[in-house]
Design a protein around this ligand. Structure first.
Ligand SMILES: [Zn+2]
Length: 199
């Protein structure tokens, strides 16, 4: 198996970026590769705190120590290239490690894009459909959760707020849309990364 050092964003929308990093790990494994993502490993509770500068640097350096053994840096760019990823690319270049840029999502499938375009209808005045649902997802933080955890509403109780990130980006499975993490992430990119403007 090819040893892969995985680069994807961490800071900013952290819940989204953690879900995205897991999907990227899955993508590498599906390709028959053995990936390591230091930002998934070292940021876990009781390991390092990314908000503390010294600890963040420690995590980055520990990651780069492992990266020296990797055959390739795989840079996943669906949500842009963060400053941390830029450091990783510089490190790869310094150590003559090849860099491959990858995307998980392909919006060239217009049918799928059109379907996603309909999804936002189910995030507005959606209290009834949330109640009919068993599971809900949020395409801002990419979390899925049982519908009974959705307890905050705006628009006079008609529009659901995400219990994790408090945005109005929640839809329920009764909408007929997929709850698969890859679909939720695809919707996240569609609605919050400006990609919809290119079509
Ligand atoms: Zn959320």
């Amino acid at each position: 198996m090819k040893l892969i050092y995985l680069e994807s964003p961490y800071g900013g929308n952290v819940p989204r970026n953690l879900t995205y990093a897991r999907l990227c790990m899955h993508d590498c494994l599906e390709r028959g590769e053995a990936p390591l993502a230091s930002h998934l490993l070292y940021t876990q509770s009781s390991i390092l705190d990314d908000d503390v500068a010294e600890e963040r640097t420690l995590g980055i350096n520990a990651g780069f120590a492992w990266a020296k053994h990797a055959e390739l840096s795989a840079v996943y760019t669906d949500f842009g290239i963060s400053d941390g990823m830029k450091l990783g690319i510089e490190d790869a270049e310094k150590n003559n490690r090849p860099v491959e840029y990858r995307k998980l999502f392909d919006f060239s499938d217009m049918k799928q894009s059109k379907q996603i375009d309909e999804l936002s209808k189910y995030t507005y005045k959606n209290a009834d459909i949330i109640e009919e649902s068993n599971v809900c997802a949020c395409y801002f933080c990419l979390k899925t959760f049982p519908s009974h955890l959705v307890i905050d509403f705006v628009d006079k109780g008609k529009t659901a707020l995400c219990p994790v990130c408090k945005t109005e980006s929640v839809y329920g499975d009764a909408s007929g849309f997929s709850m698969h993490p890859k679909f939720v992430a695809l919707a996240g990119k569609w609605y919050f990364d400006g990609s919809s403007e290119t079509f």
